[in-house]
Write a protein that binds this ligand. Sequence first.
Ligand SMILES: C[S@@+](CC[C@H](N)C(=O)[O-])C[C@H]1O[C@@H](n2cnc3c(N)ncnc32)[C@H](O)[C@@H]1O
Length: 307
Amino acid sequence: MQNTPHIPVLYREVIEAFQDVESGIIIDCTMGYGGHSSMILEANPNIKLIAIDQDQTAIDFSTERLSKYGDRVSIRKGRFSNVIKEILEEYGADEIKGLLADIGVSSLQLDQKDRGFSYESENLDMRMDKGASLTAEVVVNEYSTSELENILLEYGELRNYKKIASTIVKNRPFTSAKSLSDTLKNDMPRGKKIHPATLLMQAIRIEVNDELGELKSLLNSLQNAGLSSAKIAIISFHSLEDRIVKQEFIKWSKSCICPSEAFRCECGNNHSLGKIVTRKPLMAKDDELKENIRSRSAKMRIFQMDN
Ligand SMILES: C[S@@+](CC[C@H](N)C(=O)[O-])C[C@H]1O[C@@H](n2cnc3c(N)ncnc32)[C@H](O)[C@@H]1O
């Protein structure tokens, strides 16, 4: 595992989540460097895996890495919000027995300076899919002050978002993440264990890749898919994403969907899609934290569809 560009987070918990899936299809919505995918294929010898990624570098790497599993694996390039709909049409809901999404960027994407994800990058790109039209350069140089403020507050949870947005607007245009983070270094919060520009980069990246929109769309497709017995495991790294997953799973578990002010139940009281497996999110234990610092903010929630 150490000689791959990305160490999968919560790997023991992921294996455990799918250990009772004996056959059918498991979908890995965020294949990346194939870490989780190969573990699932090893641990579940009778399943087929459909693996999705929008990043061509990840596709090329994992096509090679997963080739030994032959026709047990099918790799699809695209945004999971789109590809999931095609898969559901192609195979039908009953075939799908599991789905994993490990939302966010991979270590390799962060480490490759030419991708623009790092505050030391010499460009401002941050697209997971290099064919997408919105880049970090457009967000930083063309968004209005109030649009920037919203992103910094919502996605970066930066308390001095107004000051940061104003410094960006006064000093633009920017052509590199490095010049952006150097210009803003005095406006960034200090004292935490992370580099001051990390939250700024995170906020811009979430906007560029529409990460919250992708997650909401995926959950919406799953809710309406009519999955009869599938285990859904979502790993997120941001409190907003975790909240979206938590609330969606609570909604899926409810049998009665009448408005809270309704005098009595009129919905039929039969709307539950299954049950929440993890009341609290699963997080990395000390030994994993020691070997993979990226796992410190990972949270996994699991839902058992049971229609
Ligand atoms: C955190 S990494 C996944 C790592 C993977 N679990 C592993 O073990 O190697 C996230 C990956 O998902 C991809 N990704 C993120 N959002 C996506 C989306 N909406 N559609 C398709 N791929 C996405 C990224 O390009 C990246 O390669």
